[in-house]
Unconditional design. Structure first.
Length: 186
């Protein structure tokens, strides 16, 4: 099974992301656009994982300690690799604030996950955590792209173990397990 641990979003948040994605779509020649139901924030990518490892993953998720928190998606950009562009919206501190606690808490949750996964022998991506939501991949355009950077506030109160699979050429993400974040667990 191809697995990852993520933060999923409400339908209202996904609708706002879709509006931003439509703005991108209107400016490009072509691309592979994330399906509405697949919008998420990856915390840890595990890749191909034997089914026998699921119990370990469930236990690791239960060990994560964090209160719920808010994060703000408020900057857009693209990663370029081998002349292919991946467009995203990312997190930052809330504009005009000095100490929004959301981003450090997000990084702490990610750090706990990576540490525990490595202790259990899982292979985890070594690249620095870059909190973003993928809007589209393999974008081709013939003029500069200009995207609004809307502020989308998300309440993070749950993490999910997700399975990724292709069915008839369509990428489908399915939650295998979820775990609520709660203050009383600290």
């Amino acid at each position: 099974m191809r697995l990852f641990i993520a933060i999923n979003f409400s339908d209202a948040i996904k609708s706002r992301l879709l509006k931003l994605q439509e703005q991108l779509r209107s400016q490009v020649l072509r691309g592979s656009f994330t399906r509405l139901e697949n919008f998420h924030l990856t915390l840890a990518f595990l890749g191909e994982t034997p089914e026998g490892k699921l119990k370990s993953l469930f236990r690791i998720m239960e060990e994560i300690e964090s209160p719920p928190f808010d994060i703000f998606f408020n900057r857009t950009g693209c990663f370029t690799h081998s002349r292919k562009e991946l467009w995203w919206i990312g997190t930052d501190l809330k504009p005009g604030t000095e100490g929004s606690p959301g981003l450090p808490l997000l990084r702490a949750v990610c750090g706990q996950l990576v540490s525990r996964l490595e202790q259990e022998g899982f292979s985890v991506d070594k690249r620095p955590f870059n909190a973003h939501i993928t809007l589209a991949r393999e974008i081709k355009h013939d003029r500069p792209i200009v995207l609004d950077s809307p502020e989308i506030e998300v309440r993070v109160d749950r993490i999910s173990l997700m399975k990724s699979e292709r069915s008839r050429g369509v990428l489908i993400y399915t939650e295998l397990a979820g775990r609520a974040l709660a203050c009383d667990r600290l």
